[in-house]
Design a protein around this ligand. Structure first.
Ligand code: RIB
Ligand code: CA
Length: 313
């Protein structure tokens, strides 16, 4: 069965790989991409989304969205991880197409309302576009099929602070709205993405299978791999954003727990995702007041990496 999706993204090396999956997988119907700042500024994110679709010879609507967080100032983009151009600083061709005239939030609202109950929102960047869409149409919570968020961390610890994952830290106020909105939501965070390591040999298979797009995926991967080698001492990369699509198509590869999510928006814990398992009593009820969500805590990492590689090889 095909999954109609909107892919909300800040491409970004691992975003680019996930976009390639969304473009290639026969069970995914990519209705559009919405872009946000994060790994790069939002105009670069839009350029990269348009480019990746063009390299795959597909005409996919791209709607530009958030340029900055809702409340706090924007942190500089992590050029040491993704390159200044978001794709490992490799030379990139120009793009022919243009972004939609509509904002990302309006695109989400219109697209979900055109197919109520069918569309999954897959969010793999800071969550300002989804928060803005909720502001435009609060009834979206009953009209989306589901929301899959690559972001957050429960037991794994953070990747940009001791406790915070990058997408949540980049806009904790938007994340607080999105993760507690009450729509059907799955969090695919560092607890599972750090268990998936895509090695150079996997990447070689992907490069061989993806034509012009494969050159960009492999060239940018080489830059991203250097970061993982220096920071985590692993030979390979965590395909964070592809894991959200792996959950969409192959949820049986993951184990999850149901409970209440909250997001710290200030102080040393800024950007931390806090998880209170369903039916567990704590000293006060305040952590268990938010709507229930599903949080991925376990994964067959080898199987996910194989699924990614087979999809693209
Ligand atoms: O923490 C991982 C997330 O932040 C991914 O979405 C990746 O693209 C990075 O920006
Ligand atoms: Ca991302």
């Amino acid at each position: 069965m095909a999954h109609p999706i909107i892919f909300d993204t800040d491409p970004g090396v691992d975003d680019a790989q996930a976009i390639a999956i969304a473009l290639a997988h026969p069970d995914i119907e990519l209705l559009g991409m919405t872009t946000t700042y994060g790994n790069v500024d939002v105009t670069t994110a839009t350029h990269n989304a348009l480019l990746l679709a063009e390299l795959a010879d597909q005409a996919i609507p791209v709607a530009q969205g958030a340029a900055a967080p809702m409340v706090k100032p924007r942190h500089p983009a992590p050029a040491h991880i993704h390159g200044a151009n978001g794709l490992g600083d490799i030379d990139l061709p120009g793009v022919r197409g243009q972004a939609e005239p509509r904002s990302a939030a309006q695109f989400i609202v219109d697209t979900v309302n055109a197919r109520p109950g069918e569309v999954s929102l897959i969010a793999v960047g800071p969550l300002g576009n989804l928060a803005a869409a909720l502001q435009l149409d609060p009834a979206l919570i009953d009209k989306v099929k589901q929301v899959v968020v690559m972001g957050g961390s429960i037991k794994e610890g953070g990747n940009v602070t001791p406790v915070a994952e990058a997408n949540i830290f980049n806009d904790p106020h938007a994340a607080a709205r999105v993760l507690t909105a009450g729509w059907p939501l799955v969090m695919v965070g560092l607890d599972v993405t750090h268990r998936c390591v895509l090695s150079p040999s996997h990447m070689a298979r992907i490069e061989a299978g993806q034509g012009k797009l494969g050159d960009v995926l492999a060239g940018s991967y080489a830059f991203y791999r250097d970061f993982y080698q220096e920071m985590l001492g692993i030979d390979g990369c965590c395909p964070h954003d592809s894991c959200a699509l792996a959950w969409l198509v192959r949820p049986e590869l993951f184990t999850s727990q149901r409970g209440h999510l909250n997001v710290a928006t200030e102080g040393d814990a800024e950007g931390q995702t806090i998880f209170a398992p369903e039916n567990r009593a704590f000293i006060e009820p305040r952590w268990s007041r938010s709507p229930l969500a599903d949080v991925c805590l376990g994964v067959d990492g080898d199987a996910v990496v194989e699924w990614i590689t087979e999809t693209l090889a």
